[in-house]
Design a protein around this ligand. Structure first.
Ligand code: HEC
Length: 110
């Protein structure tokens, strides 16, 4: 019985640890998000609050939230879908990177 209890206690401690970790991952790191935008997206999109996109047809990031809620974009990125993105290279972002990126995009809303 005590052996069994010990296992239960160990498991709950592990679970608490995991959910804490998940929670920390859920808070976007805005600097990391900006870095991702600069690294993967800024070649074509304007990723700041001002400026034109280097690639003419690529809409500036700050206009995204006017078209659809950024949650939709978060979901689309998580599923690896980006609509109508012909000139766009395939990129793979982790859930955490996506959350950071979307968090950064939110800071561009007026
Ligand atoms: C090689 C150029 C290029 C890169 C790099 C690029 N994009 Fe794009 N993106 C485009 C172009 C061009 C369009 C417009 C496509 C169209 O309207 O058909 C676009 C459109 C989009 C759209 C859709 C906007 C809309 O109005 O429907 C989203 C969302 C988007 N890009 C996100 C990103 C993100 C996030 C990154 C970086 C991880 C990125 N893009 C990197 C070229 C690029």
């Amino acid at each position: 019985m005590t052996g069994y209890l010990k296992i239960v206690v160990a498991l709950s401690v592990m679970l608490v640890g995991v959910s804490r970790f998940a929670y920390a991952g859920g808070a976007p790191n805005l600097e990391a998000g900006e870095h991702i935008a600069q690294t993967f997206c800024a070649k074509c999109h304007a990723v700041e609050t001002v400026g034109k996109s280097p690639l003419e047809p690529a809409p500036p990031f700050r206009t995204f939230h006017k078209k659809w809620p950024l949650e939709n974009l978060e979901e689309a990125l998580a599923e690896g879908i980006v609509v109508g993105h012909e000139a766009m290279p395939a990129f793979e972002l982790s859930t955490e990177q996506i959350s950071d990126l979307i968090g950064y995009m939110r800071t561009l809303e007026p």
